[in-house]
Design a binder for this molecule. Sequence first.
Ligand code: SF4
Ligand code: SF4
Length: 276
Amino acid sequence: MSADPATASGYTGHPRRMGFFTDTSVCIGCKACEVACKEWNAVPDDGMTFTGMSYDNTMSLSADTWRHVAFVEQPRPLGHQEPGFGEMDFRWLMASDVCKHCTHAACLDVCPTGSLFRTEFGTVVVQEDVCNGCGYCVPACPYGVIGKRESTGVAAKCTLCYDRLGVGQEPACAKSCPTDSIQFGELDELRERAARRLEQVRAAGVDSARLYGHDPDDGVGGTGAFFLLLDEPEVYGLPPDPVVTTRDLPSMWRQAGIAAAVLLAGIAAVTWGSRR
Ligand code: SF4
Ligand code: SF4
């Protein structure tokens, strides 16, 4: 597949590829993004139960949580940060996770109904009214993003606010984020912005900072939603080296085709032999 997924999907004269850059270094964990996403997309509540495991009450992405803000407590200082008072050897890592809108999207590859499709902006959207509830997309996603909604039995996930993009508006989460932790825009420009921000954060003493999902040569061809993290991806519950789960499908179909041809040749030989 080409580096531009909209072109590879057959669009011509389409807009530039759009996406998210989530700069977790400025997230304050207010969860405005989760709320704005639910409100705009009419995503039902997911219980709002306090798990007792952390200050995070949503725990993970799901059919009913399209933005999820992770809270991680770590006993170490944040770069060269000056403590307000006394000793401070403690930092919060907060990160708003979302569907990655992968360049090579396994969820889309396995969907038999066309419910999941690539948009002209290069993003991946699921149409709940077309989904038949087979659930193939759920284990296919290497990030555990997409799920089946209990109340409807069909798949649901972030659409990158496809309806808002169509009328020139930014997604609801990016619009509501008070710190600009969630930035929306043309993916190429976001990548340049992220590289500059990474330099700043490292210069401020956070040597463990890194970008995640920005590399077009990674196992999913780079993502349309990428992140500046302050620690290893695993710390935030993200896979360190994701690979598109349908990577081996072409060779599997080739092997199946060869096996079928050999079988048919064997049947033909036996049939021909028995007639002699
Ligand atoms: S993160 Fe998962 S659900 Fe989102 S586009 Fe990639 S494979 Fe599909
Ligand atoms: S709205 Fe912005 S600052 Fe608030 S939790 Fe979401 S990403 Fe973090």
